[in-house]
Design a protein around this ligand. Structure first.
Ligand SMILES: Cc1cc2nc3c(=O)[nH]c(=O)nc-3n(C[C@H](O)[C@H](O)[C@H](O)COP(=O)(O)OP(=O)(O)OC[C@H]3O[C@@H](n4cnc5c(N)ncnc54)[C@H](O)[C@@H]3O)c2cc1C
Length: 420
């Protein structure tokens, strides 16, 4: 294991190599985008925060992923004060085009539909993670330990007790609240005995990056095909990210092709509207699943991001849901802290669960239905979905509501997103 990095240690909570017992208001396990967003959002909270990440800082930045970042997530990052560092390295999209196989009834959404300058953004993993890592270094109330391994968690009536291994040293940390932001296979969730509901999809997603000959025109595409959705998202430097959903065997076969054959298949699926494509770097395959935790909280524990829920990538929702979890949790615990209440108490945390569990379930259901209804050639379903596309195209209310749902503007707006 590489040497542990410990930075920005608050004066009141100095970590010393001899210390065996440390006290924080809040411990976050997982320094992915969601965990770091939470640490950043707690900057002015008056709470002492410890963030524990299993991977070294530089390793965490490297991930061949990019995300559609919704308008509400952008507002949350503005509220935190980190958006100015993110915006220069990401792409804005101003149009979204939905199409169904070869059917001519394409639905186009643009900024005029909701009277905004932008519809959303597309960011590579590092374009979000790096500014957040840097931001957290400037938060005097946040300490980061990485790489570090969580060995044990215990929940007492008045504290969560987390035992971690840093290099060869064992440390025990007491906190009022432990937040699990440790991703879909969350060991913290499993060790706490929180059960989940869900299923694995019959499809995998291939993620690849391309450079088209012609401009992407700041347009995002969701092309529905019987084998699964095919998304094209614009990136800076006139590059695009594709997420190609296909049944497992087809995805495996596509990935086994050499670059030239893969590019030929990709070009056929992509279409010729951006001219010839150049394949950039590696392609990655991701398994996808739907998962909802039966509980988001228990006394002294809260789950956020993929640790709490996973959804199909269609519509680019997963990370955005995690960012909204953060804004909701911050609002709930700040209100409790200001009122002199215990932030780890189950009665306080239930407020977060009531807010987010249902909103996330709606989106999980929406992405699941979208994938099932469009990955299908059963004619009654084809008729229904084409009627749906026509309604989206010609009924302004349905169009605006669909767009708002897709870009995160339906549901309760957290206070963090209302600062600007
Ligand atoms: C193909 C595909 C495309 C997608 N596209 C989009 C999109 O366009 N838009 C969107 O919003 N979402 C998208 N998603 C979903 C998105 O990738 C996830 O929702 C998001 O990455 C979850 O972030 P997270 O921080 O919760 O978890 P993770 O990114 O998994 O981070 C968890 C962190 O916790 C750390 N960790 C794990 N265990 C421990 C431990 N025991 N101790 C300490 N640290 C630990 C890990 O090292 C990691 O850094 C997509 C997903 C897929 C598969």
């Amino acid at each position: 294991m590489a040497a542990a990095q410990t930075y920005q240690t608050p004066d009141t909570n100095q970590i010393t190599t001899n210390s065996q017992r440390l006290d924080y208001d809040l411990v976050i396990v997982g320094g992915g985008i969601v965990g770091l967003t939470l640490a950043s959002a707690l900057k002015d909270s008056g709470l002492s925060v410890l963030l524990i990440e299993a991977r070294a800082e530089s390793a965490a930045v490297m991930k061949g992923q990019a995300y559609a970042v919704h308008m509400l997530s952008a507002l949350i990052y503005q509220g935190i004060g980190v958006w100015e560092q993110i915006l220069p390295n990401i792409e804005t999209y101003r149009r979204v085009r939905l199409s169904d196989g070869d059917y001519s009834g394409v639905v186009e959404f643009n900024t005029k539909d909701i009277n905004k300058d932008d519809l959303g953004y597309v960011a590579e993993h590092q374009a979000l993670l790096y500014p957040l890592q840097e931001f957290v270094k400037r938060c005097s109330n946040v300490t980061v330990i990485c790489p570090a391994e969580v060995i044990e968690t215990k929940y007492l009536a008045d504290a969560a007790v987390t035992t971690i291994k840093v290099a060869d040293e064992i440390k025990t940390i007491r906190s009022k609240l432990l937040v699990a932001a440790d991703g879909s296979r969350s060991r913290i969730r499993q060790a706490a005995g929180i059960t989940t509901l869900g299923w694995k999809y019959w499809q995998s997603c291939i993620v690849a990056f391309v450079k088209p000959e012609k401009s992407h025109n700041q347009t995002a595409y969701e092309k529905f095909q019987p084998s699964g959705p095919f998304a094209i998202l614009p990136l800076p430097g006139n590059r695009c990210r594709i997420v190609w959903t296909a049944p497992h065997s087809e995805a495996k076969a596509l990935c086994a092709l050499d670059d030239e054959q893969f590019l030929a298949e990709l070009q056929a699926r992509y279409g010729s509207h951006m001219g010839k494509l150049e394949l950039l770097g590696e392609r990655f395959v991701f398994q996808v699943q739907l998962m909802q935790s039966d509980n988001y909280v228990k006394n002294r524990l809260a789950l956020i991001g993929d640790a709490a829920h996973n959804c199909h990538p269609v519509g680019g929702q997963g990370l955005n849901l995690g960012i909204r979890d953060v804004a909701a949790l911050v609002e709930v615990i700040q209100e409790a802290h200001q009122a002199g209440k215990d932030i780890g108490n189950i009665h306080v945390l239930k407020k977060y669960e009531r807010w987010r569990q249902l909103e996330n379930l709606v989106i999980l259901g929406f992405t699941d239905i979208l994938d099932r209804v469009f990955s299908n050639n059963f004619w009654p379903i084809v008729v229904v979905r084409r009627l749906g596309l026509l309604a989206m195209k010609y009924v302004p209310l349905i169009k605006v509501l669909s767009l708002k749902l897709m870009i995160g503007l339906l549901g309760k707006t957290p206070k963090l997103a209302q600062r600007f």
